[in-house]
Design a protein around this ligand. Structure first.
Ligand SMILES: NC(=O)C1=CN([C@@H]2O[C@H](COP(=O)(O)OP(=O)(O)OC[C@H]3O[C@@H](n4cnc5c(N)ncnc54)[C@H](OP(=O)(O)O)[C@@H]3O)[C@@H](O)[C@H]2O)C=CC1
Ligand SMILES: CC(=O)N[C@@H](CCC(=O)OP(=O)(O)O)C(=O)O
Length: 334
């Protein structure tokens, strides 16, 4: 059994990941950590999340210097922490010989200029940014197998890229056109910490981050072409629904579209090409990404649904761990 340390385990993504690790046949939890001054230090994770009772009755440990030495003894470290925290922790854990899976955006785009512009900070560890591999499991498996620092893809980017990449790599998108991604996320997307935006009486259905959300350049970078991405906050807890409008090249046939999706995803258990319009309720608490599409002339509407904490974070992390260590692709997940 390999030991997995989860830093940021009390957060929404960390808690989902703790349960997946606890159920994995080849892994065990080596330690659950929160910040040194956390109000939750010493509590059982299952006391914060009663649904984890009898699965993960382990304490949340403050990440002191001494605790960090224990973390370094683990085979795998998952950083379910804010971007700056991950940016600072990842290098010394990689240097200690750990395989590091970062759920934040700190290592996702290998372009230093991207961080001041979209994250508001200068990247402090460019050497590690260069080494990091983008953890988009269905697309980057060969690179994931070879690296010790995996930057698990973002939630909206996972929904968007899973739907768009088959079209892009098969050159089906009209040259000069820009796919438009209209996506709605549940409120867990903004994390567990209370804020006015995510409080019960404030949440409605609204657009945010117009033109400047950090996931727009993340998607464009890993798709290899510009997109227009518009996120919305919806009044549900979990899930992302992305409805995407694509201009197809002249001459693209139904068969070419079907081949692009089926060839990529046939035989894969996590991304499912379904025969109905995907719904958040069908993927909630699951690792799946459901995709469906329909065309009219040269316009294609493609829809994808994920659980932002599962395929958008914790389950996607586990797919990357499974790839990195050669475990069954869906171990711990299905
Ligand atoms: N929520 C989502 O849908 C998704 C989130 N992600 C990414 O995953 C990461 C976690 O997100 P999420 O779970 O939503 O966030 P939360 O705010 O819910 O959780 C953050 C966690 O980090 C802990 N933490 C904060 N500061 C430190 C520190 N200095 N050292 C150690 N632990 C610390 C927090 O505990 P405490 O403050 O008590 O110390 C808490 O456990 C983020 O980078 C996010 O961008 C990725 C995809 C989807
Ligand atoms: C609803 C909401 O606020 N969603 C977050 C994205 C979720 C997230 O944590 O982003 P990463 O996938 O990059 O880690 C946002 O728009 O900033």
């Amino acid at each position: 059994m390999l030991n997995v340390a989860i830093i940021g385990a009390s957060g929404y993504a960390g808690a989902d990941l703790s349960l997946i690790v606890a159920k994995h046949p080849n892994l065990q939890i080596g330690g659950l950590y929160v910040s040194e001054g956390s109000a939750d230090a010493g509590k059982l994770l299952s006391s914060l999340y009663p649904r984890l009772h009898s699965y993960v009755d382990l304490p949340l440990q403050p990440l002191t210097a001494e605790a960090l030495n224990d973390v370094k003894k683990c085979d795998i470290v998952c950083l379910a922490t804010a971007h700056v925290v991950s940016m600072r922790l990842a290098p010394e854990l990689v240097d200690a010989g750990c395989k590091v899976f970062d759920l934040s955006g700190a290592y996702r785009v290998n372009d230093p200029a991207f961080y001041p512009e979209y994250y508001g900070f200068e990247h402090e560890n460019l050497k590690y940014l260069e080494q990091a591999v983008y953890g988009l499991a269905e697309w980057n498996a060969e690179e994931i197998k070879k690296t010790n620092l995996i930057a698990v893809a973002g939630c909206y980017p996972t929904a968007s890229l899973s739907a768009l990449k088959p079209l892009a790599v098969n050159n089906l998108i009209a040259e000069g056109s820009m796919p438009i991604i209209n996506a709605v996320s549940g409120v867990t997307g903004s994390g567990r910490k209370a804020s006015l935006t995510n409080s019960f009486c404030e949440v409605s259905l609204n657009a945010y981050g117009v033109f400047k959300h950090r996931h727009r350049p993340e998607i464009s970078h890993h798709l290899g072409q510009k997109v227009l991405f518009q996120p919305h906050l919806g009044n549900f807890k979990r899930g992302i629904l992305a409805t995407i409008y694509v201009q197809l090249r002249d001459g693209v046939t139904d068969e070419m579209i079907e081949k692009a999706y089926k060839e990529k995803y046939a035989g894969q258990n996590i991304v499912r090409i379904v025969d109905h319009w995907p719904a958040v309720k069908d993927v909630e608490f699951t690792p799946f990404c459901d995709i469906h599409y329909q065309r009219e002339g040269n316009t294609l509407v493609v829809c994808s649904a994920i659980d932002n904490l599962q395929k958008g974070a914790a389950a996607h992390t586990m797919q990357c761990i499974n790839i990195r260590f050669g475990f069954e692709p869906t171990a711990g997940l299905l």
